[in-house]
Design a protein around this ligand. Structure first.
Ligand SMILES: Nc1ncnc2c1ncn2[C@@H]1O[C@H](COP(=O)(O)OP(=O)(O)O)[C@@H](O)[C@H]1O
Ligand SMILES: [Mg+2]
Length: 140
């Protein structure tokens, strides 16, 4: 059987709508009958990645590939890029501005959570060009 591919657009600058794509993915994964723990982890990964694209990169797109053994989530944006990935991965590090902070974002826990909830995470980023985050979650 071929993999199921899901695609989502994420609008930039809309912190009220942020999280919509991950909610949609979660519903689809539930309909597929995947294990709740797998759905929970995939949803956290995608939610945090989606929020990052909204806050830090003016939106982007998400491709989700649901295979027999693995869910692959790839978030691509054309934002500012991440100058120091090691620093960005530190718990509590955030460059979020006041507007995002006033809405409760910017705790600096998104990337660490994505790392923890995925089995594999890769960040490809170039300053001034954009960022692609690829995460894999094993199904069994
Ligand atoms: N898609 C992205 N584009 C540019 N910078 C990003 C992106 N995702 C994360 N970052 C950078 O990494 C930092 C840490 O991200 P994260 O752990 O999610 O914390 P937070 O989003 O709360 O700031 C962000 O503050 C930002 O500087
Ligand atoms: Mg974040």
């Amino acid at each position: 059987m071929s993999d199921l591919k899901l695609n989502y657009e994420v609008d930039g600058g809309d912190l009220v709508q942020a999280g919509e794509a991950s909610s949609k993915m979660k519903m689809t994964l539930k309909k597929l009958g995947l294990p709740p723990e797998v759905i929970r982890r995939a949803s956290i990964c995608m939610y945090e990645g989606e929020i990052n694209m909204v806050i830090h990169a003016d939106g982007g797109e998400v491709e989700v590939d649901v295979g027999m053994d693995t869910i692959t989530i790839r978030l691509t944006d054309h934002g500012p890029g991440i100058p120091d990935v090691d620093q960005a991965m530190e718990e509590g590090f955030s460059t979020a501005g006041d507007v995002a902070r006033d809405l409760g974002f910017g705790a600096g826990m998104g990337l660490p959570n994505m790392k923890r909830c995925s089995d594999d995470m890769q960040i490809d980023t170039q300053v001034g060009v954009g960022t692609t985050v690829t995460m894999k979650i094993h199904i069994n």
